[in-house]
Design a protein around this ligand. Structure first.
Ligand code: ZN
Length: 334
């Protein structure tokens, strides 16, 4: 075969590459916007909650950054932070599972979820935030356990539970133990529901697989970040399986909103205010008030029963007979 010169750029052929406009995104550069190619300094990124100030593109955020953002820098108390992944299957793919976990831990996170109690604009709550940077935000036994403990703490403290998801699904290295976390997280939410406490969901990019198929789709109110992919399978997998072209906006937050799967698409910079407002709307009356209301109702019920008994002579006779026998100190053995 003859050798052809391969020209990759018309600009380069025309000698225009040097003045090609805005700074190009470099591979691995996490401060250049992949949508509009604007570049930001680290402090600008942090101040703007990792959202592109030009086009509104939402960059990934770690779980710690999310908790700092929601708490307004006032701090948070971690739940289940001591839990670490075990390797019961001794799983090895291209690399042993334990080595993958160690490499992920070296980047700063201890697992793909961090749960903490904190206050959002003065409203106490428990937040479980996921971290895609830790093994693709995959749900293993530690993620399930930390989520369940977060729900338990929310019930104990009588506060709402909020979760921010960013996950590729169940962690394959933990096999069926990872899949069991789907059921576990749902049971934890059932206990929260029985306590009459709200579960608020924020779907960040991407929320897929076992996480979307379990607790992430069970929010009493569900918000999504702009441009987030929310689907059981990603478009690439579906296209490869069905050999059909999917629409460009398949599974995106805006499309999910159009189809009623999410309640609102919320800019990350507005999340603390929106969540605090939601908690204010859903807030229960204090427990003392609820108990006094219950005792009032019980009292009314007794009075009504007494009135009914007086209105019905036959019942009254039986009622009198019972009350006289009990006042005479005769206690039946049954
Ligand atoms: Zn941008």
């Amino acid at each position: 075969m003859s050798r052809h010169q391969i020209s990759v750029s018309i600009d380069r052929l025309r000698g225009k590459r040097a003045d090609a406009g805005p700074t190009r995104r470099m591979p691995g550069d996490d401060r250049s916007c992949p949508k509009c190619e604007s570049h930001f300094r680290a402090d600008e990124m942090e101040r703007n909650c990792y959202v592109c100030a030009v086009c509104g593109y939402h960059f990934p955020m770690t779980a710690r950054q999310r908790l700092d953002h929601l708490s307004g820098g006032a701090g948070w108390e971690e739940i289940g932070g001591e839990l670490r992944a075990a390797d019961p299957l001794r799983f090895i793919d291209l690399q042993p599972y334990t080595e993958r976990v160690q490499a992920a831990e070296a980047k700063g996170a201890t697992e793909a979820i961090i749960a903490a109690s904190l206050e959002i604009e003065g409203r106490p709550c428990v937040v479980a935030a996921m971290d895609f940077a830790f093994l693709g935000g995959s749900m293993g036994s530690v993620v399930g356990e930390r989520f369940a403990r977060a729900a338990e703490v929310a019930v104990a403290q009588n506060v709402p539970l909020i979760s921010i998801t960013s996950s590729g699904g169940a962690r394959m290295q933990e096999g069926v133990l990872a899949l069991m976390q789907m059921a576990k997280s749902i049971v934890a939410l059932d206990e929260l529901a029985q306590a009459g406490l709200p579960f608020l969901m924020v779907l960040a990019h991407p929320t897929t697989g076992g996480v979307w198929a379990s607790f992430a789709s069970l929010g009493d109110v569900t918000y999504a970040e702009p441009g987030a992919l929310i689907a059981f399978s990603g478009p690439r997998v579906i296209e490869q399986t069905t050999r059909e072209k999917l629409p460009a906006d398949f599974g995106l937050a805006e499309r999910q909103y159009d189809h009623g799967h999410v309640d609102a698409v919320v800019d990350r910079r507005d999340l603390p205010r929106r969540l605090a407002h939601l908690m204010m709307i859903l807030e229960q009356p204090p427990r003392d008030e609820a108990q006094s209301l219950a005792s009032q109702l019980a009292q009314n019920g007794t009075e009504r029963a007494a009135r009914m008994a007086q209105a019905l002579p036959s019942l009254t006779r039986r009622f009198r007979g019972q009350s006289e026998s009990s006042s005479a100190g005769e206690v039946s053995g049954s």
